[in-house]
Design a protein around this ligand. Structure first.
Ligand code: AMP
Ligand code: MG
Length: 328
């Protein structure tokens, strides 16, 4: 079966065309375009306009890059939430139009679960604890008693958002995560920052404020280093506790922040020290992408889930544990 997936929860509009051959996930094409605000953070309406404008060409290029014909597409999947309302509605509208035009089923996918499913498909892990760290989300997710459940999450902003906001204070363009990683490599001194783990949850806004307050007083490299060390340690702590609690031996990374090599190294060390295994898909599947939506759509569809057009309303606060899981 071949599905076309559309991702559009936030700053990225993505199209992925994926084929499921037996249990194998063949990604035929995976293309995206990212909205980059000239200054400040993401403006939802502007991001949505960007997606609407980019979509036609992106679709044309995606189809051209594969040898498949329109008739080969058997399913349209789209990111139903969680995310920014205007962005979600733009992607959903494109998905509905395509499904009606091609006369194929449509299915709305939970974005966080899609990060986990594409990781399972491409890395070969079976039943992992997912540490999902992106711009807007930070969650520790695992499958338990028939559902994907959130074992820990941010109480305020996503870690990517925290890094981007700190980077903006240092004059870095959006997204600042990669530049912060680069500068952190030249950090020499750990600057004390609040460490904020509350039970299984984490929070970043206090750390962000504390770090911003040190600008001008400490070297920028040291601040980037300290921000990474503090927040990544917090994530390692709650992820380890989720592994212990669920008795799972695999840990998987997802989300754009998971491109960070230092975070990968810390989570890998944590997993290996407890006799577990560490998995991370290639960067292109860590960031928001259409392939993960297409793949999860196929899993849902093959498990018998169906959606009418009326049921494809987007859900800005779509929770991971609300999703009915029939494919596991
Ligand atoms: P996503 O929302 O999953 O598409 O990921 C975007 C977020 O990932 C942005 O907040 C980026 O700053 C962040 N990001 C991307 N690459 C890195 C990196 N190497 N280190 C830290 N954060 C990163
Ligand atoms: Mg994401």
């Amino acid at each position: 079966m071949i599905a076309l997936g559309i991702e559009g929860t936030a700053h990225t509009i993505g199209i992925g065309i994926v084929e499921k051959e037996g249990e194998r996930c063949n990604v035929l094409v995976n293309k995206s375009k990212m909205y980059r605000p000239e200054k400040g953070g993401i403006h939802p309406r502007e991001a949505a306009n960007h997606h609407a404008q980019s979509f036609p060409l992106l679709l044309q290029e995606s189809l051209k890059e594969t040898s498949i014909e329109r008739d080969d597409i058997h399913l349209i999947a789209f990111s139903m939430g969680p995310g920014l309302g205007p962005c979600l509605r733009t992607a959903a509208t494109a998905a509905r139009a395509l499904a009606l035009m091609l006369d194929v089923p449509i299915i709305g996918v939970n974005h966080c679960i899609a990060h986990l499913e594409i990781g399972r498909a491409l890395t070969g892990c079976r039943d992992p604890v997912l540490l999902y760290v992106s711009g807007g989300n930070t969650q520790v997710i695992a499958f338990m008693e028939g559902k994907y459940r959130v074992f820990g999450e941010t109480l305020d902003i996503g870690l990517g958002n925290c890094l981007d906001k700190f980077g903006r204070e240092l004059g870095m363009p959006f997204p600042a995560g990669p530049k912060i990683e680069e500068m952190a490599r030249n950090g020499k001194k750990y600057v004390e920052l609040p460490y904020s783990v509350k039970g299984m949850d984490v929070s970043f806004s206090g750390i962000l404020t504390a770090c911003i307050n040190q600008i001008g007083k400490e070297r920028e490299e040291d601040l980037c280093y300290s921000l990474q060390e503090t927040t990544f340690s917090m994530l390692a702590e709650v992820t380890e506790r989720a592994m212990a609690h669920t008795e799972k031996e695999e840990v998987l990374l997802g989300g754009g922040v998971a491109c960070n090599r230092r975070l990968q190294e810390m989570i890998k060390t944590m997993a290996e020290e407890r006799g577990g295994k560490f998995f991370v898909p290639p960067n292109e599947f860590l960031v928001d992408n259409g392939a993960m939506i297409a793949w999860t759509g196929i899993l849902m569809h093959e498990s018998g889930l169906k959606m009418s057009i009326e049921e494809t309303k987007v859900r800005q606060n779509y929770r991971t544990d609300e999703v009915e899981i029939k494919w596991r």
